[in-house]
Design a protein around this ligand. Sequence first.
Ligand code: ADP
Ligand code: MG
Length: 481
Amino acid sequence: AGARLIGQPVEDIVDHDDTTLFDADSAARIAAQDREVIITGEPRTYENFSVATAAGHVRSYLSTKAPYRDATGRIVGVIGITRDVTERQRAEEERERLLAVAEEANRSKDQFLAVLSHELRTPLNAVIGWVGMLRSMSLDPAMSARALDAIDRNGRALAQLVSDLLDVSRIVSGKLRLDTRAINLVPVIEAALDAVRPTADAKSIQIQSVLDPRASPVLGDPDRLQQVVWNLVANAIKFTPASGQVRVSLRGVAARAEIVVADTGVGIDAQLMPYIFERFRQGDSSSTRAHGGLGLGLALVKHLTELHGGTVEADSLGEGKGATFIVRLPLMVSRVRSAPERGELAGTCVGPNARLAGLRVVVVDDDPDSLDMLSTLLRQQKAEVRMATSAAEALALVEDWLPHLVVADVEMPDEDGYSLVRRLRRLSPDRGGTTPTVAVTAYGRVEDRIRSVSAGFDLHLPKPVEPAELIAVVANLARRR
Ligand SMILES: Nc1ncnc2c1ncn2[C@@H]1O[C@H](COP(=O)(O)OP(=O)(O)O)[C@@H](O)[C@H]1O
Ligand SMILES: [Mg+2]
């Protein structure tokens, strides 16, 4: 739209101009507006009407149009101002979308708070109730014992809730720390199963487990992996009616350990499936629901698994058909070779003070105190230790002496531990290229661990080094030969 020529049949010109500028539809609409103004003789504003230009761009216009009169007051045309408000309207739509997202988040937060207070009140109620009875009535010994049991159980349930909440908040803020080492998954899974067995027994749910010890070791935090398995098995029991079955298996598939938890329970609705690992998501979060829980378990499972470089997947044939969860974790690839010239580690486990007997260990650290401390610690366990104060010195020692293990500080001037281990890995196996290496570093964040493991270290120990842990790690890495 725009100013029109005077003295010509108005509609001809308008139509002519606009059809060259816009597609037929839009031009017709603009013409209709102009006609409306001419017929009514009133100014009009047309908001956010969309037009397509002849070239095919869709734009959004804001037009104000008024009749144009000659000296006698006769309407001879239309004048108007048109603004292109496409961007403004897009911003508006984006704002509305964000608002909807925020409202949804707020709703699920409200819902979560309702669930949370319910989940806190239930055990609190039991604790307060039983304490009250213990105080005011003289309960017989059997009753008192039941009261104490109930208080204990509910107190622990509360502690579990709080620690799940804290874990989730640590994960969200990226502060969750893994205490990673080479571990065997069998005892981890068994510990989780032991913890849920009383609940399973109470519901007469049978737990079958088939655990292949060859699907180990993995590089992981045993407590956190136990938490992963525990959550999956606890869910399986919770969502399976009495007398059902839960099967847990561990096996090695390709270079991965696969933990499968399958149940014969209520199954998972296909609609919930895509969201099952989101925090606060639950199949039923109503106050009348049959099961407790905060909806944090699977979110924790997913995060913890992923922090270990693994994946988790859920599967269900639908409601009533049971559910299956599969966790896959990368197996540790043992870089350790069988070197004939190294001799047997006959004395590795001969008592608490000689756990490292017969082991040759190179310790490299630019800081003399820390070098001294690490070496002394290892020597106390009867390891044979040679010290290096730089990466270059350490490499020369490795080639020369073929140690069983290298313990290296990561932060060193000139050449750091990452570079050291990268160069070491380039050596051929008979020159020490496959020697197991432990990184010792002041950086304990997950990404630091990932960095040292991807540089070629077998293990990552954050400072301050716990003596017992260092010894265990060294003994463990050496035993895997
Ligand atoms: N084994 C299972 N069988 C059926 N549904 C399950 C199973 N595991 C989890 N779910 C569904 O996923 C939801 C989220 O699980 P989770 O995060 O552990 O929270 P919570 O156990 O506190 O409800 C559950 O509320 C349930 O609807
Ligand atoms: Mg759960």
